[in-house]
Design a protein around this ligand. Sequence first.
Ligand SMILES: [Zn+2]
Length: 62
Amino acid sequence: MPWCGPCDRFYNPTSLTEHGQCPSCGDQLAERAKVPWHFWLVLALAAVYLTWRAIQGIMLLI
Ligand SMILES: [Zn+2]
């Protein structure tokens, strides 16, 4: 439950602004949705793998 210090009250996560800020004072309460670092790692590995497979495919055609 996000707690706002300046307003001295708890907020329902759904009553916060879309950026996770206090609707009264605008304090940043909720952690903004962040993409975990391993998501990018998996994405990078998948890109490398697909690039490699694409190169292999092109090599077969030559
Ligand atoms: Zn507040």
